[in-house]
Design a protein around this ligand. Structure first.
Ligand code: C2E
Ligand code: CA
Ligand code: CA
Length: 811
């Protein structure tokens, strides 16, 4: 029984049949074994449906399947590993099989036959025998030419492959003499073969040359056997296999070379291969592009002159020095920098090359590759540019500032060098109010103004944010530097335009001067630090001004440095101490709460107040550490007071800087601390100054609103010293306003302070805020504030801030 193949189309149609899987499942259930439906091929089975496999692939025949194919006509074969049931077409030919890959129970055989029959029906439904299963169709599917010839060598049948092999159609051949196909010189061999075949059923092989219709000769291998006595065939069946190995090989080689050059054409690297004389044999597309060589120009027609290569300095290379020539001479090149030119376009390349050496060691040719690094170099330059320039303004950045100062230093000119540290006042507010994009616009405008003002005479860099540095050189007198700095300040006063709005901004400038003289050295670090100190002073002295670094500023900076060290020391060694100042209800003299005020113990013993360390804390960033430690100690004290006087409700007021409030962990840490001491948020009042709340921007506002929601009491501290804007009182969920001591000390009738204080008290009343008068020292002041409507008082009149131990004695 010959193996039968279903065409791919009908096989997949069968596979897609909805009932098939159901039948396979039934078969599996009946046999209690994994079931498969397969179609049969020459030497393997194609799985169409399987109970166990989801990916259906061809597999080798099982033993049962092989037996089924080889034996003639059984309806099923069982072996110890499994069983197979034949699926036959209407003519009875084996077309597929139902296979169970483990032993089956004897009782299920009949049932499985039924399933196999159902599958047969499916096959009939799916594939019309005429279309797929007739022997002619099957023979037409073969690659080998098949002829059936009668005893007179007349062609009775020819399959479709004869078209390819003999260059004739089957219809042309049928009825003609098969002998005509054989080359005259091989006729003897042909007759010999046919006579051997005649009568026997053996297979005989012979090598012959066949004359193709085109006149070409093809060597074929003929096999055949004699079916003359089979009435259905009545002749010898011959099959012809083309034996032209060289032909196939050549075809394959051609294919491979085509593939290779297609692959090479895909590469971005240019490749030039030559024979051992330096004649190009292959120039891929990238190399053609780099050298400006037409695609249709055969490689062999090209010479090295057509590949112009420049060395790293840009000089065109002589033919002898050409990389290809060098490799042809046996040199190896590794990553040499060169450039290639085509139509005026220069590409930077790294060239590598290697001689091609045959098995015997003789050089056969050369291969040279160009790796195009132009884009990389451009990207590197861009990166370098980015590294040196500020992206927003295109101005030099800090690194280039350094290079410039070094360069100035090396010029060793006589004269003065000035460094201006320029910073906008309140720029943060612009960012917070109008958004960063508008902030960027302002920064660009500032840059433009500075560039115009410095008019190319001086160097300008941007450090980031709204900070700029101008390096003034070629000056003779310090007054010139001050004049430039002053002009810089003035150009910032013209309004900045943000969309529809115009806003007024000012700038502070810190100026430091350095003589470039005898030594020619500029101490960059010192100069920049001095300019920074001067800027800081300009800010502290009211902004919108120029400060020149001098000895006095140096002293102030030293003092701050000293403060910083003292504070650092105190924080590290438990030197932070809290004192508590009572807040009194003046109606009855009762203490309603305390304000916690920080003190630091100096290394040598005495305690100092915030005046001695707060500036340093704020400018160095130590303030958050200070505030959270202070709050920890204050919470602890509040818990102690609660334990001593559980009957009293005492509010603990604590101070926080803007820098603390904008810490990302601020709210969480404060809340945790309160909980850790068994207290609740409503036992604490958070005091913030106006500038803290409104200058620190939306972040601070958000934190404060969150604290309010958590139950903390909020108080606005030092009212009257900052913005003093009554409108601000509505913007925050405040409970209390503390009016600054500077007002309390000037409450005589007719003063502005009194008028303002009256207004505040009035507004507070309408907003349902309580007011605290700070710094009440005398009985006269107490009378005045009470007259104005203040009930809660904090001041030396009642008590200064005292350590907890003393407070406990008075409660
Ligand atoms: P403040 O919040 O306005 O605190 C009140 C200040 O006025 C305290 O000064 C207090 O001793 C003082 N004072 C109270 N009554 C009178 C009086 O009748 N006459 C006079 N002349 N002064 C009085 P202190 O303790 O020197 O604190 C100064 C500032 O330091 C505080 O002003 C507060 O803003 C800040 N501060 C204190 N502790 C901390 C803290 O832990 N963290 C932060 N960030 N700031 C703190
Ligand atoms: Ca306070
Ligand atoms: Ca205050």
């Amino acid at each position: 029984m010959p193996a039968i193949d279903l065409s791919l189309g009908s096989r997949s149609r069968l596979a897609a049949h909805p009932r098939l899987m159901e039948l396979v499942r039934i078969a599996g259930t009946l046999a209690k074994a994994p079931a498969e439906v397969v179609v049969m091929h020459d030497n393997r089975a194609s799985v169409v449906a399987s109970l166990t496999r989801s990916i259906l692939q061809p597999r080798p025949f099982t033993g049962a399947e092989r037996n089924l194919i080889n034996a003639d006509g059984p309806s099923h074969v069982a072996t110890p590993e499994g069983a197979t049931f034949a699926v036959r077409d209407q003519g009875g030919a084996l077309v597929a099989a139902l296979t169970l890959t483990s032993e089956i129970a004897a009782g299920s055989v009949d049932a499985l036959h039924g399933v196999a029959r159902l599958i047969s029906e499916l096959v009939h439904e799916q594939a019309q025998p005429s279309d797929v299963l007739s022997p002619a169709t099957i023979l037409d599917g073969l690659r080998d030419a098949v002829l059936v010839i009668d005893s007179e060598f007349r062609v009775l049948f020819a399959n479709r492959a004869v078209g390819n092999q003999f260059g004739r159609t089957p219809i042309e051949l049928v009825g003609t003499s098969g002998i005509d196909l054989v080359h005259p010189d091989d006729l003897e061999v042909a007759f010999e073969a046919l006579s051997r075949l005649a009568g026997g059923r053996e297979v005989y092989r012979a090598d012959l040359r066949i004359v193709h219709a085109s006149g070409d000769l093809y060597r074929v291998e003929v096999t055949g056997n004699d079916h003359s006595h089979d009435p259905r065939i009545g002749g010898m069946v011959l099959s012809f296999r083309s034996d032209d190995r060289d032909h196939e090989l050549a075809e394959e080689l051609g294919h491979e070379r085509g593939l290779l050059s297609a692959v090479l054409d895909q590469l971005h690297d240019g490749i030039v291969a030559t024979d051992r004389f330096g004649v190009p044999t292959l120039v891929n597309q990238a190399a053609r592009l780099m050298h400006g060589v037409e695609n249709d120009q055969p490689a062999r027609d090209l010479t090295l002159e057509s590949f112009l290569v420049l060395d790293a300095d840009g000089t065109a290379l002589e033919i002898d020095a050409h990389p290809v020539a060098r490799v042809v001479r046996g040199e190896r090149l590794i990553d040499e920098h060169m450039s290639v030119v085509s139509e005026g376009l220069v590409r930077h390349v790294r060239v590598s090359g290697q001689p091609v050496v045959g098995a015997g060691g003789a050089q056969l040719g050369a291969v040279v590759g160009y790796h195009d690094v132009t884009e990389m170099l451009v990207a590197e330059r861009e990166l370098r540019d980015r590294a040196l320039h500020d992206q927003l303004t295109g101005l030099p950045n800090r690194r280039q500032l350094h290079d410039h100062l070094v360069w100035l230093s090396e010029r060793q000119h006589d004269g003065l060098v000035g460094v201006c540290f320029i910073d906008l006042d309140g720029f943060k507010l612009v960012n917070d109010t109008f958004g960063h994009r508008s902030g960027d616009e302002v920064v660009r405008d500032v840059a433009r103004r500075l560039i115009t003002e410095l008019a190319g005479q001086h160097f300008l860099a941007r450090l980031g944010g709204d900070e700029f540095i101008a390096v003034l050189s070629g000056l003779v007198h310090p007054a010139e530097a001050s004049a430039v700095a002053e002009r810089i300040r003035t150009v910032m006063r013209a309004p900045f335009v943000i969309g529809e709005t115009q806003i007024a901004l000012t700038a502070s400038v810190g100026l430091a001067l350095s003589e470039v003289g005898v030594t020619g050295e500029i101490d960059e670090d010192t100069l920049l630090r001095q300019a920074d100190i001067a800027l800081y002073a300009a800010k502290a002295r009211g902004r919108n001004r120029v400060e020149l670094f001098d000895d006095q500023l140096a002293l102030a900076a030293e003092e701050e440095q000293r403060q910083h060290e003292m504070l650092r020391n105190a924080l590290d060694r438990g030197g932070l101490v809290m004192h508590f100042q009572p807040i009194i209800d003046s109606d009855n003299g009762d203490t309603v709460g305390f304000e916690a005020l920080a003190r630091c113990r100096m290394v040598d013993g005495p305690l100092v107040g915030p005046d001695s360390f707060l500036d340093a804390a704020n400018s160095s960033g130590l303030v958050w550490e200070l505030d959270r430690k202070a709050f920890e100690l204050s919470s602890q004290a509040a818990a102690t007071l609660r334990r001593v006087r559980p009957d009293r409700t005492l509010l603990m007021s604590c101070n926080f800087s803007a820098l603390s409030i904008v810490q990302s962990t601020f709210v969480r840490e404060i809340t945790d601390t309160v909980a850790r001491h068994g207290m609740s948020p409503s036992d604490f009042c958070i005091e913030i100054t106006e500038s803290t709340a409104f200058e620190a921007g939306e972040l601070a506002m958000a934190a404060l609103r969150e604290l309010h929601l958590l139950g903390f009491v909020l108080a606005l501290d030092d009212f009257g010293t900052g913005y003093s804007s009554l409108a601000h009182l509505r913007d925050l969920p405040l409970k209390t306003v503390k009016v600054d001591r500077s007002f309390v000390s000037r409450l005589e009738r007719g003063t502005t302070e009194r008028a303002i204080t009256e207004a505040v008290v009035h507004l507070a009343r309408t907003l349902d805020l309580s007011v605290v008068a700070e710094g009440v020292e005398t009985i006269e002041q107490l009378r005045q504030v009470r007259e104005l409507g203040f009930r809660f008082i904090q001041g030396f009149y009642y008590s200064p801030a005292r350590p907890l131990s003393e407070i406990l004695l008075t409660l």
